[in-house]
Write a protein that binds this ligand. Structure first.
Ligand SMILES: [Zn+2]
Length: 366
């Protein structure tokens, strides 16, 4: 098994993940093993180590061999959470299923002094004990919104619910030049609006970002249509579109809420982009593996990657709840606007399987 770092290199350049720069320097993917992880954990305990750099290695581990982390779950939760600079999505894989005594430890700490860092770890554990304890925390005054940012909902009774799939897929974009090709792909980008809106002449939808075959994102709740669509409107960001679906999976009864109404000139800007043949493509969903670039808590620096399907929402913004049932909606996919340059920031798709409704939202970078 290759070592964690070449002997000629100082420890500070520990290589667990890879990116283009490392590949140029002759550092290919290093297969992470238990010895490497022990060394990594030693570094995490040192007060002078670069926790963000170590976070990249931990993200690589979460994406490739999270099971190796099990022996360290308890030590991290009890003693090292402040130095554990890892995204919530990666925490779910590294801390998921931690022993119930970790849940009890965090519950005690939160009762004594509530902090979002502890709440995230609590939420990442995801076990039955953790979900019951989260519900208790919220009903005793814990910050409901902080859990909802992570995609976790506390219903009026019973345990908290994870409103996201534990399975993540990297979303790779492939441009298409011929409109005819769109019909043959599983996950098209930029379908004509009439294929996704029941009343194209009256719809508020102006743009289609992508459609996903529901069954290709493991762990989504049951859905009556073959595909779910992420769509947009003529505004840069800070909006949410709610809609119902018809028997063909097309959207109807659209309604939009804005954080800030768009400026008048925005509409013209986006209208000018809606030319036939612009922005066609398809996406491919691939499991997380050693070929992705893990950096700053995401995989967006991997060539071709535009987002993630499954997993928790981005955690940067409040997630939609369906107005009539009040349930936090289930996260399906989040992509950057560069999937096609229309708008700015993140575009996310959520569903409520009970009401059979969808929400698409647009948020700035952060
Ligand atoms: Zn609902």
């Amino acid at each position: 098994m290759p070592g964690l770092w070449p002997s000629s290199r100082p420890e500070a350049e520990v290589i667990f993940c890879r990116d283009a720069d490392q590949a140029r320097d002759g550092y290919g993917t290093v297969t992470a093993g238990p010895d490497d992880l022990a060394a990594l954990m030693e570094l995490l305990q040192r007060p002078d180590s670069d926790t963000r750099g170590l976070g990249d290695h931990l993200a690589f581990l979460a994406g490739t061999r999270p099971e190796l982390f099990r022996p360290y779950q308890e030590a991290v939760i009890t003693d090292m959470l402040e130095r554990f600079d890892v995204s919530f999505a990666d925490q779910c894989l590294l801390l998921g299923g931690a022993p119930d005594r970790c849940v009890e430890h965090l519950a005690r700490r939160l009762r004594h002094h509530w902090s979002f860092g502890d709440a995230w770890a609590f939420a990442a554990i995801g076990s039955a004990a953790a979900l019951s304890a989260i519900a208790e925390d919220v009903r005793n005054g814990g910050d409901r919104e902080e859990y909802e940012l992570c995609g976790i909902w506390v219903p009026p009774t019973g345990p908290a619910l994870n409103r996201f799939s534990p399975h993540r897929r990297a979303v790779f974009l492939r441009p298409i030049n011929q409109p005819g090709e769109l019909a043959a792909v599983d996950h098209p980008v930029r379908l004509p609006v009439e294929q996704v809106a029941q009343r194209p002449s009256a719809t508020l939808i102006s743009w289609h970002y992508l459609s996903l075959r529901h069954t290709d994102v493991p762990g989504l709740p049951p859905w009556p249509a073959d595909r779910v669509h992420l769509v947009g409107i003529r505004a840069t960001c800070s909006w949410t579109l709610h809609a119902g679906i018809d028997d063909y999976g097309r959207y109807h009864s659209e309604a939009i809420t804005y954080d800030e109404p768009p400026a008048a000139e925005e509409e013209e800007t986006y209208r000018s982009l809606e030319v036939p043949g612009f922005g066609l493509g398809s996406v491919e969903l691939r499991p997380y593996d050693t070929d992705l670039v893990y950096r700053n808590g995401h995989v967006q620096l991997t060539p071709g990657v535009v987002g993630t399907a499954g997993g928790p929402p981005t955690g940067l913004y409040a997630n939609p709840s369906w107005p009539s049932c009040g349930q936090l909606m289930f996260h399906v996919v989040s992509v950057e606007n560069r999937i096609r340059e229309y708008g700015d920031g993140w575009r996310s798709l959520f569903i409520c399987e009970d009401c059979q409704t969808v929400s698409c939202n647009a948020t700035g970078w952060n």
